[in-house]
Design a protein around this ligand. Sequence first.
Ligand SMILES: [Zn+2]
Length: 299
Amino acid sequence: MTGLWFVCGRCGLEKTLRLAHALQNQNPDKVKVVVVYIGQPDAEFYQFWNSFGDLIFLRDPQLTVFERLNALYMPRLYLIAPDGTLRYLSPLAGHNWQSERWQEELERIRRLLGGGVNIVGGRGMTLIELLIVIAVIIVLAGLTYIAVMQARRRGHLAACISNLRQLTLAIHAYENDWGMVPIEYYHKTSEGEFGRVEQIIYPYVRDDAIFVCPADPYQGLSDIRGGRVTWKGKKWKMSYSYFTNELTVKMYNVTHPFPDMVLFYCKWHKIIDLIARYDGRIEIAPSGRYRSIGIVTEP
Ligand SMILES: [Zn+2]
């Protein structure tokens, strides 16, 4: 079992390291703590290296480990089984945790494991089982890391905003012609499935790339609604959520749009969502804010 313990390098780090240190000292033959520093180490890192001499310190200056682990959702604690399955994911994320919070989190896990309950799928484990094999990896992310990631994602952001602008224009063009905004009505036809917004407004866009956010790891082919549609021999790609369908029309009468109405949103930028409103505004909001709200005028 491997524990991946993401902590912020700027938030009460010394206390958190003491916690890890204590965990290792209490279970010297069972727990191995490995500290991985993300980005270029600074003087503080070497200071910790000196004062916690019996912890193992590693560096990840190229951010290779970190990128894969999607660690922007830090601080967080994951437990991963040897076969790669996720066994535990701390439910709270996104705030600066002080060491008291981490202490509570470790206690919670102990209780879960002690009860022998299932963690995330799979069979339950006892605490003893866990401790025999656990290695705690503490990832310290400093500002360097954040800056690098921001630079990498900035290109994605610009392209996505451009897509959202063009999609909004396409909605307006459609509305000019038909007197209403497109309404998703998914149904089978002799040529395949039809009714998604990307199919309806395609004549106004005529470029598949505009439907795909560069930050989308599935490149438009993932869909929680059950897979992308095939129509006229083509698999239709779409990275963006669109809110106007039969149900929302009934609820909000959105065929008569209002300026604040949310047309599209993109959830692929990790810690932020992008929102395109009817009046052309593109907004950035914290991730998850718009996910299940649908048509909204206010966050
Ligand atoms: Zn995007």
